[in-house]
Design a protein around this ligand. Structure first.
Ligand SMILES: NC(=[NH2+])NCCC[C@H](N)C(=O)O
Length: 561
């Protein structure tokens, strides 16, 4: 279809659309009367100086339609109706032969894409925002990898800053080693909060904190020891969450890693004549549309953005990245615009390869989370609560299941990840644990359950791949619904990659699962007639694509649940 469209489009005018770009535009209409696939013409109107409806009509006249059952213009769309039988045979055969490789592409040519993700702050709890960054970043890495890119997942830990001075003072005054070892995050946080409760009335505390931070910067033995220890205890606690999520990183180079790389950045900025003094501080002016970037404070301390500049330089040198993605909440938009702007001013053309992958807030009862208002969601409670709810559902639906513990974990954790990824990433969404783990509706467990159900059909039939001989004769509407989705999977992956949007895959998986359940409700799959092996092959293909969709989101697909 891409080839046909590509050839047809060339006759309309000077359009520079690659087949990949065309693939990314193709849609599967919700109403099958509008075709199996549809090609929208809106986006071409400007370039061609024609109305979309006109373009659709002209295009249809130019297309070689011999490979299709029917091609027609309907409003601003070109609708394609495929030859069901031939598509059925090729699609099912392809999916089964390629297995989880179905949809793979070499477009990425092994180029490195650096993904800055998760990046929680030492001695503080990991927030729901950090969870979003972790699961979105992980899924984007998996999607890009499927297209032949080499993702490099970097956890840019918040492990440096004046807060460590405060923490050291607080720990030495009110802390204990046992407490920190037992529950590092809760207790370190507790000391820090106590410091802030007292420092208003005891300003000498702030002086002590400054001294401790200075000691740390100067490599003092005790300060360094404490810092390393806080860092490693916190990291251990974070690792537990990452282990539960099944997510790993290629690097944990956090802010502190760039300590000895800051001078170079400041020198470079000075050499290029970009540094200005402003009230004792050093800034880079970024014109009327952006606030200036604060590079060095009047006391000589460098800032968040200075570290990000050093990190960008380091990553470019180390990985020669094709793209550098920063998966960070929308509230940091200005920071990343500044980062790009400073790098562009420094004359690095790779500044344009930096992308801020924004995401929205998680709310509770429609309101922003707030520790003070008591609207907090603790990550650990979410994961454990979700696994527990999944366990209850399994006990109810499948009490004799063998590895309940393991499956409950895969379902509970998968539910949380899926719930996050099914929304457009920039949308805010409300968190309600009961909703997350439901086996019906638009949830991860629903997709997992559909996969497990399809697997159980194959088990009952004692399906052997070698028996596959596909001879579809009549393809009814329910079957066709599934086939269409299967055939479109490669396009879906490319769409998700281009938009950096895992929700494209999550929504696709929901639609495919729904189509399968619809089919299953209408079809006696296991009846022994001459179409049995074709039906089983279809079911097999569905299990492959559902499982691969879930994998790309970072969600497991148990065979039974
Ligand atoms: N390179 C970066 N700035 N990454 C994001 C860091 C996020 C930061 N630690 C925070 O919690 O807000």
């Amino acid at each position: 279809m891409q080839q046909t469209l590509s050839a047809g489009l060339l006759t309309l005018g000077d359009l520079n659309l690659s087949e990949t770009q065309i693939a990314q535009m193709i849609e599967v209409p919700k109403d099958s009367k509008m075709g199996d696939f549809a090609f929208p013409t809106f986006q071409l109107a400007k370039q061609l100086h024609q109305a979309p409806v006109q373009i659709a009509q002209n295009l249809v006249k130019q297309l070689d339609t011999s490979a299709f059952a029917q091609v027609q213009a309907q409003g601003p769309y070109v609708n394609f109706f495929l030859q069901r039988n031939s598509i059925a045979k090729t699609t099912i055969t392809q999916v089964i032969e390629q297995g989880s490789d179905f949809g793979n592409h070499t477009i990425g040519q092994q180029a490195n894409v650096v993904i800055d993700m998760s990046s929680p702050n030492i001695a503080k709890p990991m927030s729901m925002g950090h969870l979003r960054s972790t699961v979105i970043g992980n899924s984007i890495a998996l999607i890009l990898n499927k297209l032949g890119y080499q993702p490099v997942k970097i956890n840019h830990l918040g492990d440096w800053g004046t807060q460590f001075g405060k923490l050291m003072v607080a720990y030495k005054k009110w802390g204990s080693e046992e407490e920190v070892k037992q529950d590092p995050i809760t207790n370190l946080q507790k000391y820090y909060v106590k410091f802030h409760q007292l420092d208003k009335e005891h300003p000498e505390l702030d002086d002590e904190a400054r001294e401790w931070f200075k000691k740390l910067e100067n490599g003092d033995e005790e300060a360094t020891y404490l810092w390393k220890w806080f860092r490693s205890e916190s990291l251990k606690a974070f690792m537990k969450v990452y282990d539960e999520l099944g997510i790993s990183f290629d690097s944990y180079n956090g802010e502190a890693f760039y300590n000895d790389k800051m001078d170079e950045v400041v020198d470079l900025l000075a050499q290029k004549g970009l540094l200005q003094e402003s009230q004792g501080a050093e800034i880079v002016d970024l014109g009327p549309d952006l606030p200036p970037a604060l590079i060095k404070k009047s006391d000589g301390a460098t800032l968040y953005i200075t570290r990000d500049l050093a990190a960008a330089l380091y990553r470019q040198r180390t990985y020669h990245f094709k793209k550098a993605l920063y998966v960070v909440g929308s509230e940091q938009s200005v920071h990343f615009e500044q980062l790009k702007a400073v790098l562009a001013k420094m004359g690095y053309d790779w500044a344009q390869d930096i992308e801020h992958i924004k995401f929205g807030l998680i709310t509770s009862e429609g309101k922003k989370l707030s520790t003070r208002a008591g609207r907090v969601i603790l990550l650990e409670n979410v994961l454990h609560g979700s696994v527990k709810l999944a366990r209850n559902q399994i006990d109810e639906k499948n009490p004799t299941l063998a590895n309940k513990e393991e499956v409950a974990h895969e379902v509970g954790v998968g539910a949380v990840i899926f719930h996050d990824l099914k929304n457009n990433r920039t949308d805010n969404f409300d968190f309600n644990l009961d909703e997350v783990v439901r086996f019906e509706g638009e949830t991860g467990p629903y997709v997992q359950y559909t996969h497990a159900r399809a697997m159980s059909i194959l088990r009952k039939a004692d399906y052997q791949e070698t028996k596959t001989d596909i001879t579809p004769d009549q393809i009814d509407d329910q079957t066709w619904e599934i086939l269409k989705f299967l055939a479109n999977f490669p396009n879906i992956i490319q769409q998700a990659a281009l938009q950096r949007e895992p929700s494209v895959i999550a929504k696709y998986a929901l639609r495919l699962a729904k189509a399968f359940n619809h089919y299953y409700a209408h079809t006696k799959v296991l009846v022994a007639d001459e179409q049995l092996s074709t039906r089983l092959a279809l079911v097999k293909a569905v299990t492959i694509v559902l499982k691969e969709s879930l994998r790309l989101l970072g969600v497991q697909a148990p065979d039974e649940m």
